[in-house]
Write a protein that binds this ligand. Sequence first.
Ligand SMILES: Nc1ncnc2c1ncn2[C@@H]1O[C@H](COP(=O)(O)OP(=O)(O)O)[C@@H](O)[C@H]1O
Ligand SMILES: [Mg+2]
Length: 246
Amino acid sequence: MLTLEDVTAGYGGGNVLQGVSLTCGEGTVTCIVGPNGAGKSTVLRVISGLLRCRTGSVALAGSRLDQLDPARILALGITQVPQSQALFPGMSVRENVLLGGYLIRRDRRLLAARFDAVVARIPLVGERARDQAGNLSGGQRRMVEIARCLMLSPKLLLLDEPSLGLDPRSLAGVAGLIRSLHEGGTTVLMVEQNVRLGLGLATHGVVMEGGKVRLTGTAAAVRDNPEMASLYLGGTPASVKETQHG
Ligand SMILES: Nc1ncnc2c1ncn2[C@@H]1O[C@H](COP(=O)(O)OP(=O)(O)O)[C@@H](O)[C@H]1O
Ligand SMILES: [Mg+2]
């Protein structure tokens, strides 16, 4: 469904991504893991059009999108949950979620139907609809950020570090939501620093290091690959050590 082929991209002189190729099949949950600075977020930025690739291509269902504006890419059904501080704290939960339907704002009926569908999937949005977003916990905000992206009924949902800064309970909530999105058929591409969590939720894994893809495969195969251990030696996140030792 989504294909990156030999993508190079960067911010200044050098290239951060050095020939990245990966695919996400329809209905899969793909998780990109790798050390800090590996280029994981940069991959998401290239897909959503926030950063142009210098060479290579990005295609959705066979159609190139690497030369399109972010707004066009959004209209094609690719939405990204931004890393943090994405909600307007002084606006209600409902208003924040409705902002995600900006592209369909003229079709009030569709907007309302989508909102109801999002509430059915994420009951918190209904329960806290009138509350200010600023009054929510970190985990609840993350759910509302995802809810906002679901207003466009995306073909592909990009999540950058959904677990970042969440306590274990909120984390379980967000993980449950990602599982339910997968069960509902949404294709997800996520970046996760919590390797165990990410590969536990995913169907497929991609390991990046130094702007390159080091390993790909089913999530289980990536998790159990002995190379994972060597990649993370040194500044090893605890989650990888745990995975490694069972
Ligand atoms: N806006 C930017 N300007 C310049 N360099 C950047 C920018 N964003 C990221 N980088 C650099 O690109 C590299 C990869 O960053 P990033 O994709 O954010 O890595 P990851 O998400 O894997 O931690 C890092 O060396 C980082 O310093
Ligand atoms: Mg990142």
